[in-house]
Design a protein around this ligand. Structure first.
Ligand code: BMA
Length: 311
């Protein structure tokens, strides 16, 4: 019996480059959030110069998206941000705190990759706040509420002497971050043994913060990106209640196996629904956007019933 944890939407992929009214090579790795009863998707596209910009799409039902006429976020031309975004902006995560939608994105330049933080209230105008890391970091995701008076984020710094892992950091003001600590490491000879990184914005459940993350395994024909889940303590998210031993999603559909980069499912966003389900959005093979649904309780159970050690 093969009962999937994540049920793929029957009409995947839900967004491709053909849906975009400007010229792009890919559509992938989108942050998604609900705003005024609509689903807003901020997706990444490679331009034909190989660098990335962020487009915007909206939907009534979370499945059928219409793309905006212009990109939503392109490399800044101002001096502070411009220097660090010269090679493109990638992989946005969206966290709603009160009326603000905080956007964290990877900023690429000749100096490496670091994280930019911007905010919007209406998905029409966007204001950059700060570059919130040095290089090299990717995949920074801010929790959707302050915890014990502080903003909290999951980080993924690069290292030459340790496998790339998930860290946590705190900030009083969104600009200054510290008290960083490693909280989840890749597990040897396991589906996520090569490197891991935060994926979707964490989802609050009764049992803890649900973190849908990505993990990478190296094979003889290249690496495979899959998705897994971890549960963090509600009051102290640096405490890991459980990291599920098994992955929840792996590349299986043709557009996940073949594309710009083969064998990739990569998430930057998931939307929890009132009926206890979650829509998980992922990029397939760095080329298209896909969606599937899961039961939040099932994901939580995976973390509680059959965990592997976090570090
Ligand atoms: C990672 C990032 C992601 C990408 C993935 C697979 O390092 O660049 O944006 O989806 O590789 O290519």
């Amino acid at each position: 019996m093969n009962n999937p944890i994540v049920t793929r939407y029957k009409n995947n992929p839900i967004l491709t480059k053909d849906d975009v009214p400007y010229t792009v090579a890919t559509v992938h790795n989108a942050g998604v959030v609900k705003y005024k009863d609509k689903y807003i998707m901020l997706f990444r596209s490679h331009l034909h110069n190989g660098r990335s910009v962020i487009g915007i799409a909206e939907s009534e039902d979370g499945y059928n998206f219409k793309v905006g006429a212009e990109p939503f976020l392109t490399p800044s031309s101002d001096t502070v941000f411009g220097e660090y975004e010269e090679y493109g902006v990638e992989d946005v995560r969206i966290s709603q705190i009160d009326d603000d939608f905080l956007l964290t994105y990877s900023a690429y330049s000749r100096h490496g990759v670091r994280i930019g933080l911007a905010k919007t209230k209406d998905f029409k105008t966007v204001e950059r706040i700060s570059l919130i890391t040095q290089s090299d970091l990717r995949n920074v995701v801010i929790f959707p509420e302050k915890i014990n008076g502080l903003y909290v984020r999951l980080d993924r710094p690069h290292s030459e002497i340790s496998k790339w892992s998930i860290w946590i950091s705190y900030s009083p003001d969104l600009v200054h971050w510290g008290n960083s600590k490693l909280i989840i490491k890749p597990e040897t000879y396991h589906w996520d043994e090569m490197k891991i990184g935060p994926g979707a914005t964490p989802i609050k459940t009764e049992n803890g913060w649900l973190n849908i993350y990505h993990g990478v395994f190296e094979t003889m024909s290249g690496v495979v990106y899959r998705l897994g889940v971890a549960l963090h303590d509600l009051e102290d998210p640096s405490k890991i209640i459980g990291v599920a031993d098994e992955w929840i999603l792996q590349p299986e559909d043709p557009w996940e196996i073949t594309g710009y980069v083969t064998n990739v499912v990569f998430t930057c966003g998931a939307v929890a629904e009132n009926d206890g389900s979650v829509k998980i959005y992922w990029g397939g093979a760095d080329s298209v956007m896909c969606v599937g649904t899961a039961n939040i309780n099932d994901l939580v159970e995976m973390c509680l019933k059959n965990p592997r050690k976090p570090v």
